[in-house]
Design a protein around this ligand. Structure first.
Ligand SMILES: *Cc1c(COP(=O)(O)O)cnc(C)c1O
Length: 461
């Protein structure tokens, strides 16, 4: 066995091959050395366990491929034609131009991030979003942290550690990627007390569970699933009334952070931040990059005495929001105050796009596809843990393979374009939805489609 390992070249021999050596123009010697070493470390046990030793050329090819991959740093842009507006795997909300400009400035320049220009003294980074958030939410105080899950974690650690928090069994949400909200909450040191049944929870269920150890009642929006049929939950006002009667905090995890009335766009109703505060919630939590349409952030709005407590907690530093996203969040919030959200924030622009405008683009895309596509009626979804089961009517481009074969190959070939195009597969067709592609990207999309079609037409039937 040892003798077989002797067939492996030294690192120096791999590195001195001209095919590998040329990478040293672009990368440091140590980076390329470490790639080669990594490769040899991986093949050694394979050979020891009986696999044949690769040839020298195969080894060079393997190291070459790894060096080549260094050049494809990501995440890189894709064209989202899935029709899912907030696609968590595709980065949730794309940002407005104004948010991007603010973020670029925050990134490349020094700023008054934590400096009061008047006094010259140290200030709080939260100043930049506090009053904007208070105005859009109608709240007394506000702060932003890294993401919504960390906002909930911080609040419960600061306000309910070693105490009990009551939650309805119908609201114990798994938020995606295998993460379950109850588990995150337990990390705060708070004890979760579950009440009610999966489908029905009454005010009396909460009331019966209240003890001297109870710190808070927590309402969680079941943002990514929908319960139908024999269901019952407790309204915001009822829960607030009950909690305050017992001197408890009443907290609301809204998930999406919706500030506009979704029913005006033909969607189902999504709970709004303003309503939560108006109903008397002590704190409400939501994401920056779901329906709010901003960068990743966790936003907490509510009573000043509580927000002050959270800001002083050690975890606040651990889940702090960075300056770049803070700037993007401020610029996004400003769109709401200027009443221009549906014209400027991409998520809301997509939601508000009229069906006729989508139909025109579908037709244009279809015309470019040499008879392989048709326009069909379909549905776009909001996604990203918002409005489950609610859809917007759309016009899809349905592409079928010339050979009539499975659509997977077509989908793969669309994904291999620069930039990659992502669609949905339904039976034997790839479906593309113009709603989630910015009209500015139509040229890039048509270019990618034309390349895929050349491949298709050159194939034998
Ligand atoms: C999405 C969601 C979260 C997590 O938000 P992140 O910003 O991704 O951390 C938490 N709670 C609910 C109800 C959600 O929908």
């Amino acid at each position: 066995m040892e003798s077989k390992l002797r067939g492996l070249p030294s690192i120096d021999r791999l590195l001195s091959d001209p095919r590998i050596k040329k990478f040293e123009e672009a990368y440091s010697h140590s980076a390329i050395t470490s790639l080669a070493r990594q490769y040899l470390n991986e093949v050694r046990p394979l050979i020891s366990s009986g696999n044949p030793c690769p040839s020298f050329d195969q080894m060079i090819e393997a190291v070459y491929a790894r060096a080549q991959a260094l050049q494809q740093v990501g995440p890189s842009p894709v064209l989202n034609a899935t029709g899912v507006i907030l696609h968590t795997n595709l980065g949730r909300a794309p940002l407005s131009q104004e948010a991007m400009t603010a973020m670029r400035l925050a990134a490349t320049e020094y700023s008054n991030l934590e400096l009061e220009l008047d006094s010259g003294k140290r200030g709080s980074r939260q100043i930049h979003i506090q009053s904007l958030l208070c105005q859009v939410a109608g709240a007394e105080a506000a702060m932003a942290v890294n993401n919504n899950a960390s906002g909930v974690l911080l609040a419960l650690a600061a306000l309910a550690k070693s105490k009990e928090v009551i939650i309805s069994r119908g609201e114990e949400v798994e938020i995606g990627g295998g993460f379950r909200l109850p588990k995150i909450i337990r990390q705060s040191g708070a004890k979760l007390v579950e009440v009610g049944t999966t489908n029905r929870t009454y005010s009396t269920d909460y009331e019966e569970a209240i003890t001297t150890r109870t710190a808070a009642l927590l309402k969680v929006h079941s943002s990514n699933f929908e319960m139908l049929g024999f269901t019952q939950d407790v309204s915001l006002t009822e829960l607030v009334q009950l909690g305050h009667q017992y001197d408890l905090l009443v907290l609301h995890d809204l998930g999406s952070g919706c500030l506009l009335d979704t029913t005006k766009f033909g969607l189902a109703y999504e709970p709004m931040v303003q309503e939560s505060i108006a109903a008397g919630m002590d704190l409400a939590f939501f994401s920056g990059d779901k329906l709010l349409g901003g960068p990743q952030a966790g936003i907490i709005v509510g009573r000043k005495s509580l927000i002050d407590k959270l800001a002083r907690h050690p975890l606040a530093r651990a889940v702090r929001i960075d300056k770049i996203r803070l700037a993007g969040l401020a610029a996004t919030l400003l769109h709401y105050l200027k009443d221009e959200a549906t014209g400027k924030i991409p998520v809301w622009k997509m939601i508000a796009t009229p069906l006729e405008a989508i139909g025109e683009r579908s037709q244009k895309w279809t015309n470019s596809l040499n008879g392989l596509a048709t326009v069909i009626d379909g549905e776009s979804t909001v996604g990203g843990g918002s409005l489950p089961g609610s859809t917007l009517p759309t016009k899809l481009v349905a592409i079928k393979r010339k050979t009539g074969g499975a659509a997977e190959k077509l989908a793969r070939s669309l994904r291999s374009q620069q930039p990659p195009v992502l669609g949905r597969i339904d039976k034997n067709a790839v479906l593309l939805d113009p709603r989630t592609i910015s009209p500015n990207d139509d040229m890039a999309l048509l270019h990618a489609l034309s390349k895929v079609m050349v491949d298709e037409h050159s194939q034998k039937p």
